[in-house]
Design a protein around this ligand. Sequence first.
Ligand code: ATP
Ligand code: MG
Length: 251
Amino acid sequence: MDKILAKALGQDVAQLAAEEKQRLLSRLLARLAHEIRNPLSSLDIHVQLLEEDLGELAPPVREKLSARIEVIHGELHRLENIVRQFLSLAGPSSVNLQPVEMGRVAGHVCELLRPEAAARGIEISLHVPATLPPLTADPVQVTQALVNLVINAIQAIENTGRIEVRVTADHKQNRLMVDVHDSGPGVPAGKQATIFEPFFTTRTEGGGLGLWIVQQIATAHGGSVGVANAPTGGAVFTLQLPLQPTPNFHA
Ligand SMILES: Nc1ncnc2c1ncn2[C@@H]1O[C@H](COP(=O)(O)OP(=O)(O)OP(=O)(O)O)[C@@H](O)[C@H]1O
Ligand SMILES: [Mg+2]
């Protein structure tokens, strides 16, 4: 983390206190979010132009393409929201609390990542109870957290396997849990805390920010995220959210 901060910010960060490093990290993330914004808006414009061009195509082709463009549009919109949130993280952190149907959010994330998983022979299954208690949360952030966990699961399995996404409620504790259980190699016992640190990665292409972001989101809701290895094999990441975050958490 020190090396990346030093490179990005041109400062000698080795001497700095942990608090100062966190502050620099937020600045770095804010800059990253800011830089991502420009290509995003140009993508948005080009997708709109593509939508206009669709009018010239024969109806069956048009229908097929417009469904795909709708997905791209939805994802662009989500990215824009994420970037906006990161930028607001540079200032006071905030969650935009609304009623959230966790079953729907989990369903959406599974649908989104199923084609990518299927291409690697990975099956994603979703388990949601018939009724769930009402949850108040930030739908964009919760979606982002779950996307990160399922993408990690896909990457951990690499090829051929299973991912189970399970939503459960603990009425007594007033909280809701989402488990993402994969059939990958699991997380070595000694690494189960380290993997949540910013910039920790074992993947050559990895940035090491995914789980840190999930943790930030969970904490901002007054919840938590943890990992364990299942007795049957593979890692189980559990995102826990209070049904009603206390007012302190959405200042
Ligand atoms: N489902 C999993 N099974 C086994 N190991 C995992 C799993 N999810 C994460 N890890 C480990 O935790 C590390 C950190 O994950 P994290 O999502 O923070 O970063 P990343 O996936 O490496 O990169 P990024 O998410 O920024 O692209 C991973 O590199 C991997 O070693
Ligand atoms: Mg990741």
